[in-house]
Design a binder for this molecule. Structure first.
Ligand code: AMP
Ligand code: GLY
Length: 423
């Protein structure tokens, strides 16, 4: 079988590694992949949003199955286009990808079907939004409706900050069209949990839970990033909480999508907050999380491609999805300055094999003169698995410490909060 994987980050590297375990797989093309993925797949194309290019490639090459991983091509309808050409795909179609592409769509879905989430109002008009803020408490959360590279969420601690956020989004258009509509939402508290789930639109099978570390600096200080590290499982996600989530969130969500005429097929990402009133949805993503995937897939015992085909063919069963009873930790090495300005082009030195059986997933690197050099904010992730979380965290750091590039920066406390919760 020949597989086309759309995307080019650490998440895609983890997906490709896992797909490669299937002996029937011959060629994997990564579109566009990156310099590190090039060791595991054939990199083609330049951009994951070049749908015309992707479709031309699928017409001219024997692609048996495609995996569309990032949000942008999914929201643009990459799966619809490839399926129309007869290429079976893993990933939601355009209508289902709205669950991430439009926050107001997601919020209205939850309201209509009674799925627990923060209470909210949607505004298309800055004046009405500003008037609403006069009567609401703080902190309050302001969200741009459309995709905003993970920056479209402002937690305002004062009314002035909230007003400023509304003006920035709706009048100054700092997120372009994504901010013409805003969602103003109740501020929730509690530990956050990420749950990725396979679903074929009828059956939903959650994967092992995980915890992201979104802030740039130790102690959850600094700016929000795409994620500086992850651990799995998440100790706050107890079997009791999991059962409540299945009943009140996961099953109702896939039923709701079906009832709305847009069944979701692919990986549905639930960003949850375990509030004093129970688990609530913070956000849905229409895809695997990054860097959640880098801890979840290494714990998957079953064959990933088989699961993805079952999702596509609507034959998913819980028995197809088995996880090891182990823990995993992924530590991200970023370029100093990320998520703001940073320099790139530094050679990456790493041993041929990492200690402790750890794996490296390359996110932002390219080949230059037969050397791997940095080419992004998040450069790579180092994942270790072990029988317990403490060992997984220790081993991930031991392995990460053997990798060097000039402006490397990592958090030193990935997993610390999870270990504290276990005590
Ligand atoms: P998002 O981009 O939707 O993942 O939001 C980014 C982060 O903002 C989340 O991971 C939460 O930490 C925080 N957040 C979003 N919505 C809320 C909310 N209603 N209450 C508290 N925190 C929130
Ligand atoms: N790690 C968060 C995300 O993938 O959106």
């Amino acid at each position: 079988m020949n597989i086309l994987v759309i995307g080019g980050g650490g998440r895609e590297h983890a997906v490709i590694r896992k797909i490669k375990e299937n002996p029937a797989v011959q060629t994997i093309w990564a579109w566009p992949g990156n310099g590190g993925i090039a060791l595991d797949a054939v990199c083609v194309g330049k951009s994951a949003t070049d749908l015309d290019g992707i479709c031309d490639f699928a017409k001219n090459n024997p692609v048996d199955f495609a995996v569309v991983t990032p949000d942008d091509p999914l929201i643009l309808g990459c799966v619809d286009r490839l399926e129309a050409l007869g290429v079976p795909c893993f990933g939601p179609d355009k209508a289902a990808a709205r669950i991430e592409g439009s926050k107001s769509f997601a919020k209205e879905l939850m309201k209509k079907y009674g799925i627990p989430t923060a209470s909210y109002e949607v505004f298309d008009d800055a004046e009405n939004a500003l008037a609403f803020l006069d009567g609401c408490g703080v902190p309050v959360v302001i969200k741009a409706d459309g995709p905003a590279l993970g920056k479209g969420v402002i937690i305002a601690n004062t009314r002035d900050e909230a007003r400023q956020a509304v003006r920035d989004m709706m009048e100054e258009r700092v997120f372009g069209d994504s901010g013409t509509r805003v969602v103003i939402e109740e501020f929730l508290t509690g530990p956050e949990v990420s749950v990725l789930a396979f679903t074929d639109g009828k059956t939903i099978v959650p994967m092992v839970s995980s915890m992201d570390h979104k802030r740039a600096l130790d102690g959850d200080a600094g700016l929000n990033t795409g994620g500086m590290g992850t651990v799995a499982p998440n100790p706050y996600y107890t079997p009791e909480i999991a059962e409540i989530c299945m009943k009140t969130i996961f099953i109702p969500t896939i039923r709701a999508m079906r009832a709305e005429g847009c069944p979701f097929k692919g990986c549905l990402y639930f960003g949850l907050m375990i509030t004093p009133d129970g688990p609530k949805v913070i956000e849905y993503n229409c895809r695997f999380g990054d860097p959640e995937t880098q801890v979840v897939l290494p714990l998957l015992e079953s064959d990933l491609l088989t699961i993805m085909q079952a999702v596509r063919n609507e034959t998913l069963t819980p028995e197809l999805v088995r996880f090891r009873e182990q823990s995993a930790c992924c530590v991200i090495l970023a370029s100093d300055g990320y998520p703001k300005k940073y320099a790139t082009g530094f050679p990456i030195e790493m041993p041929e094999t990492l200690p402790c059986g750890a794996q490296v997933f390359i996110a932002g690197a390219k080949r230059a003169a037969d050397q791997l050099v940095t080419a992004g904010g998040r450069v790579l992730g180092v994942t270790a698995t072990a029988n317990d979380l403490r060992t997984a965290v220790e081993n991930a750091y031991l392995a990460a410490d053997t990798i060097h590039f000039e402006n490397a920066r990592k958090r030193s406390d990935i997993g610390a909060r999870a270990l504290k919760a276990l005590r």
